[in-house]
Design a protein around this ligand. Structure first.
Ligand code: CAA
Length: 309
């Protein structure tokens, strides 16, 4: 079903020029927020990163410096580019720092109630013209937008991990998103060196609708004893030419994020084929969330990481 409601809605409200995005705000200093700040700063945008935790902000600056250093070592950027980009990034624990932002990209935890409470606290600090984008990987943009004071300036901008490397940004309009906002975000993504794919506002959009059920199926294969962690990952790396096996990729994305996406698909599409694997649920309940917690389908305290089953 291709419901192009957003396109027809947008074209009716079209005579305004797209907002000119110069200053960018990012909410969340985790792996996605820091990756987005990294590419925005390298593309020449002054960036303000806000998180509730100062130590997360300090860590994000260190991560960005390390990842830019990798790019310098591989001659992707020069050390002058790196220094200039790092100088464009400021951090704060206060949304007041977004007073001059033209675009704020929210990359907080993938929990709808948390995102809603962020928008409630955030929007009074923004200019009326400021576009708000969510990097949500699965939650309805229409519903998130409706919880803000500016549903017409609210849009999905879904980056892939690792952001500095992955070329794609999925762009998702909610039913109320206006055409200038859509055009501004497309232009912005191009300036970041990304290619966009437009997805309608369906649960988990395009990439995660296809990718995360594959990871869930790999966990089922492990759960049912079809193969070991190494056998499953080797099969998909060498048998399907995937850069990472599905279990390794699940650990990389975060098993909690994979589980949330399966729950959004299962509940949003009411189809049992999206049932989260009980073993995935158990790993998340155990706090075995993948790379970020040191253990998932691999044990990351060992070098190289050792399969746990
Ligand atoms: N920042 C900057 N550069 C980075 C980087 C980072 N965080 N991580 C890797 N790189 C660069 C390296 O410097 C290297 O650069 P060159 O190509 O210029 O040499 C390149 O990326 C490859 O890195 P490595 O040699 O270290 O390692 P690799 O060849 O094993 O590649 C990988 C690593 C790019 C992560 C690769 O394994 C890969 O593509 N994996 C799949 C990633 C994927 O599927 N991502 C999507 C996840 S889904 C998602 O994000 C959506 C969601 O909502 C859940």
């Amino acid at each position: 079903m291709n419901v192009d409601v957003a396109t027809s809605f947008g074209s009716a409200a079209m005579d305004v020029a797209p907002p000119d995005i110069q200053q960018v705000g990012i909410i969340g200093a985790g792996q996605m927020g820091s990756g987005i700040a990294h590419v925005c700063a390298l593309a020449g945008f002054p960036v303000t990163v806000v998180d509730i935790k100062q130590d997360a902000l300090d860590k994000a600056i260190a991560v960005m410096a390390r990842n830019m250093e990798r790019q310098v070592n591989r001659s992707v950027i020069t050390s002058d580019d790196r220094d200039a980009a790092l100088a464009r990034i400021v951090t704060s624990t206060d949304y007041g720092a977004f007073a001059n932002a033209d675009l704020v990209i929210e990359a907080a935890t993938e929990k709808e109630d948390i995102k809603r409470s962020i928008y409630k606290a955030l929007t009074p600090s923004l200019k009326p013209s400021c576009v708000v984008a969510s990097n949500t990987s699965s939650i309805s943009i229409t519903r998130l937008g409706a919880s803000t004071d500016r549903p017409e300036k609210f849009i999905g901008m879904h980056f892939m991990n690792p952001v500095p490397v992955m070329k794609l940004v999925e762009v998702i309009r909610g039913i109320a998103t206006d055409e200038p906002t859509f055009q501004a975000v497309q232009t912005m993504a191009r300036k970041l060196g990304k290619i966009t794919a437009v997805s309608e506002d369906f649960p988990a959009f395009i990439v995660n609708r296809i990718l995360v059920p594959m990871i869930n199926e790999a966990v089922y294969a492990l759960y049912e004893g079809v193969g070991s962690v190494s056998a499953i990952d080797t099969s998909m790396r060498l048998g399907a030419n995937h850069p990472m096996g599905p279990l390794e990729l699940g650990d990389f994305i975060g098993l909690d994020t994979c589980l949330s996406i399966m729950q959004v698909l299962y509940e949003g599409l009411s189809d049992s084929k999206y049932r989260p694997c009980p073993l995935l649920v158990k790993y998340v309940e155990a706090g075995w969330l993948g790379r970020k917690s040191g253990r998932g389908f691999y044990d990351y305290t060992q070098s190289p990481p050792r399969p746990t089953r």
